[in-house]
Design a protein around this ligand. Structure first.
Ligand code: ADQ
Length: 475
């Protein structure tokens, strides 16, 4: 089966968060299973594109409104990722360093989708399925079916995966002219709340939509930033498939980014060496429990509560626990965390920024990983931490609920709490400190965590079954 994944991110080409991890792994596992999986993404002027070799496989021009765009499709030459990688380059529009946040972002992603469709319209070998990820490729299912330019593509089944339902990529009807000629009787399929909403359109027009955990599929009906009624109406088209993790990259026994490699048998000594490296770097006392947080410093992740919750915890446990935060995001949260570090220099440390290597070391060296997310479609951090024998402390929501069982329950291995609140975070901290005081129990739980299997094998198979079922669906 030939599968095209369309995405704004793909590890290691360009990563901001978990979307990149999934799009960098799923096609690899599909290729290993004998399928022809490819990723198509915008060209970014980054380390990966500078250091690898590409062939130009297609060159053409298209229109974005009245603007004529010349574009190229580049193909990575040496199969370094284990799957085909195609980049859409449009000089002056899609050839910059950053992935998001340019003022013409809407134009960038519309152009990305148009160029992709133009390119495959000329292709001799059409894909069996087009798999779109998040709103950046959300207009493709609509355009395939309702633009005259792409009639020959209209039978290709599409899957749309929602990694984050909070962001819709919505824009005003004044930008309708950027789309290619469409059937104007169908504009209702683009509209939500008086604007063009790529996420809503994809949910309606894709053959199927998926969420990255079964719980999140249900939660979208109650909380999806204004699309609740849409998810209520379209519920039967949705499927929840939990993310896997790329065990080639996230494996403490082979990970070159950590200070000492270890496996389940050597977990105690291995974690201790990695913790020592972290404690030296951040000036912590290794004998104390180390609780960390890794992630985007945004409201969804509960990051706004970290400074207050850590301050409250330290009121009870000063000198008995250390906190390490790695992340970047909302300026107010970044500032509050910097202040926290200045206020409690012996107990806390904060690294503002994105650092892939440090993240690996933290998964390996910390004792606990705090995830007080308000919204967590799947969450990969808890899966990585489990793989490294680091206990996740999670709020029961979305994928966190689906993957972490509280250690107080039968076969449990994590810490769970119900609310993204200072009280619940503090309560989870007190439980972590108590558990740390019982090294034998913690050691047994670490072995249990590391024995869990969250590899892609099962989930990749579920996606294949979904694709295969689409051939029989009449949209
Ligand atoms: N400052 C930093 N330095 C280094 N590494 C950092 C970092 N900040 C984040 N990361 C890394 O980025 C990834 C974050 O992945 P998540 O799945 O937790 O979140 P995200 O919200 O981006 O993804 C969305 O998509 C994914 C994929 O479907 C869902 O799991 C998730 O719930 C959904 O919100 C992890 O690999 C983490 O280590």
């Amino acid at each position: 089966m030939r599968i095209f994944h369309l995405s704004a991110e793909c590890y290691p080409v360009a990563k901001v968060g978990g979307l990149a991890d999934v799009v960098g792994a799923l096609p690899k596992y599909q290729t290993l299973a004998g399928h022809q999986a490819a990723v198509v993404m915008p060209f970014y002027d980054r380390k990966f594109t500078r250091e690898n070799e590409f062939d130009i496989v297609f060159r053409s021009a298209t229109l974005l409104g009245t603007r004529r765009l010349y574009f190229e499709i580049l193909k990575e030459r040496n199969n370094v990722l284990g799957f085909e990688l195609f980049l859409v380059r449009i000089p002056g529009l899609i050839d910059r360093e950053n992935i998001y946040s340019y003022p013409d972002e809407t134009e960038q992603f519309i152009a990305f989708q148009i160029c992709f469709l133009d390119w495959i319209s000329y292709s001799q070998q059409l894909p069996d399925v087009i798999h779109c990820h998040d709103h950046h490729s959300g207009l493709v299912p609509f355009l395939l079916q309702h633009s005259k330019l792409y009639t020959q593509l209209s039978k290709i089944p599409t899957v749309f995966t929602i990694h984050n339902g909070q962001y819709h990529g919505a824009f005003g009807w004044d930008k309708l002219a950027y789309l290619p000629e469409i059937d104007l009787t169908k504009t209702g399929l683009l509209d939500w709340s008086g604007g063009i909403n790529p996420l809503a359109s994809a949910v309606r027009c894709a053959s199927r939509y998926t969420t990255v955990s079964p719980s999140y599929l249900e939660e979208l009906i109650y909380s999806s930033n204004g699309l609740e009624y849409l998810f209520f109406l379209e519920r039967d088209k949705g499927v929840g498939i939990i993310n896997g993790i790329d065990t080639d990259i996230w494996n403490p026994a082979t990970d070159n980014m950590i200070a000492a490699k270890y496996n389940t048998i050597k977990v105690s000594a291995g974690k201790q060496k990695n913790k020592a490296a972290l404690c030296t770097r951040f000036n912590f006392d290794i004998s104390k429990p180390l609780i960390s947080f890794i992630g985007r410093l945004v409201f969804e992740k509960g990051a706004d509560l970290l400074a207050e919750a850590i301050t409250a915890s330290l009121a009870d446990y000063a000198g008995r626990v250390n906190f390490l935060i790695l992340g970047a995001g909302d300026p107010e949260t970044e500032m509050a965390l910097q202040e926290l570090k200045e206020k409690f220099p012996a107990d806390t440390s904060v690294y503002i920024g994105y650092n892939e290597e440090l993240a690996h070391l933290v998964y390996a060296g910390a004792d606990f990983l705090l995830m007080p997310s308000r919204v967590e479609p799947c969450g990969l951090n808890q899966l990585y931490s489990l793989r490294y024998g680091t206990m996740p402390m999670v709020r029961s929501t979305g994928g966190l609920k689906d993957t972490v069982i509280d250690y107080g329950e039968e076969d449990g291995y994590g810490i769970r709490y119900n609310h993204t609140s200072v009280e619940d975070i503090c309560y989870s901290v007190s439980r972590a400190i108590a558990l740390y005081a019982d090294p034998k129990k913690l050691q047994a739980l670490r072995k249990r965590m590391m024995a869990l299997d969250f590899s892609w094998d099962v989930s990749a198979k579920q996606y294949m079954e979904l694709y295969q079922s689409l051939n029989t669906i009449i949209i």
